[in-house]
Design a protein around this ligand. Structure first.
Ligand code: CP
Length: 325
């Protein structure tokens, strides 16, 4: 693996999940792999789980990690080619990325979409320009349209549950991605990425449910079954992934924000005692009720814990691909 920006960078999803679960059993088993290697973690936007889990993962591999909150502490970066930089941006990525490449062996980067311009956001300009000008491996810590480390984590967590439940080993589990209300427009990244990974994995009966007007980009959802009736989608579900996203087609808007779409304990009664997933942070009693989040079916803390093993598996693959100095 050279870069990690989407499921397209992964040659074998099941093998990567297996590797992550092996690290969970023995976190320090490859502590020599990253020695005298350094990862720069650049945050153009806020984070808690991604930031901490990536640093822990790097430490398990013997790597040094340096964190830089570019968005709040660095010079504001320009990404457009041939920009006339007479506005607010101070430094071009064409100048900044090669400098960073001299300090680090791997660059990891978090950025969010503007939610103003679909074409710009979906072109993934920021991550593309870093890959182009840094010349070293780039790991997405969430981009404008995708959150691949989160999605790998989600498949690791689903796999763990399948391995612990013989009933889930005799059939494809039903996995439901359900939209939930929120107080502000959020990116489509987690929903896009989860859809992309579940489809590429192919191990689930995958259903997506959301109110009308919240259709996601079909490049990610592909042939997943879609219904606007949440209760129908939840019927016999084994896993329910709850997430808000803003509209894709009329980009970045909130249309329906019906509180009736919040996932409650009562709604779970039609499922097969479904496990409930969310990437966090979550708006309690807006997206998910307290009773679900604090109940026995919630996987949210385990998911967040598994972020370490996802990051570690990816960094190990990239480190193995680097030539030693
Ligand atoms: N799930 C996730 O990416 O969390 P953070 O935004 O806290 O990193």
């Amino acid at each position: 693996m050279r870069h990690f920006t989407s499921v397209g960078d992964v040659s074998d999803i099941n093998a990567l999940v297996t590797r992550a679960l092996a690290f969970k059993k023995d976190p320090w088993s490859k502590r020599e792999l990253g020695q005298r290697r350094r990862i720069g973690c650049l945050f153009l936007n806020p984070s808690m789980r991604t930031r901490l889990s990536t640093q822990v993962a790097a430490q398990h591999l013997g790597m040094e990690s340096i964190l830089f909150n570019v968005g709040s502490e660095g010079w504001s970066l320009e990404f457009e080619d041939e920009a006339i930089m007479s506005g607010s941006t101070v430094e071009h990525v064409r100048d900044a990325a090669p400098v960073m490449a001299n300090y680090f062996d791997i660059l990891a980067l978090r950025t969010f979409p503007s939610l103003q311009n679909l074409k710009d956001d979906y072109s993934e300009l920021v991550i593309r320009q870093f890959i182009r000008f840094a010349g070293i491996p780039v790991v997405s810590l969430e981009s404008a349209t995708l959150h691949p480390l989160q999605s790998l984590t989600d498949l690791i967590t689903i796999r763990e549950c399948i391995e612990a439940n013989p009933a889930l080993q005799t059939r494809k589990p039903k996995v439901v991605l359900t939209w939930a209300p929120h107080v502000k427009p959020l990116p489509q990244c987690v929903a896009n990425s989860f859809s992309q990974w579940v489809n590429a994995w192919g191990g689930a009966d995958f259903v997506i449910t959301h109110p009308e007007d919240y259709e996601l980009d079909q490049r990610f959802t592909q042939d997943a079954r879609l219904t606007h009736r949440q209760v129908e989608a939840l019927q016999d579900a084994d896993f329910v992934y709850v997430k808000n996203w803003s509209t894709y087609r009329d980009y970045g808007k909130i249309y329906c924000n019906d509180p009736g779409w919040m996932l409650t304990h009562e709604k779970l009664q039609v499922t097969r005692q479904a496990k409930v997933m969310h990437c966090l942070p979550v708006r309690r009693n807006v997206e998910l009720s307290d009773e679900v989040l604090d109940g026995p079916h919630s996987l949210v803390t385990r998911q967040a814990a598994n972020r370490v093993w996802a990051a570690q598996a990816v960094l190990a693959e990239i480190l193995e691909n680097l030539q030693h100095p």
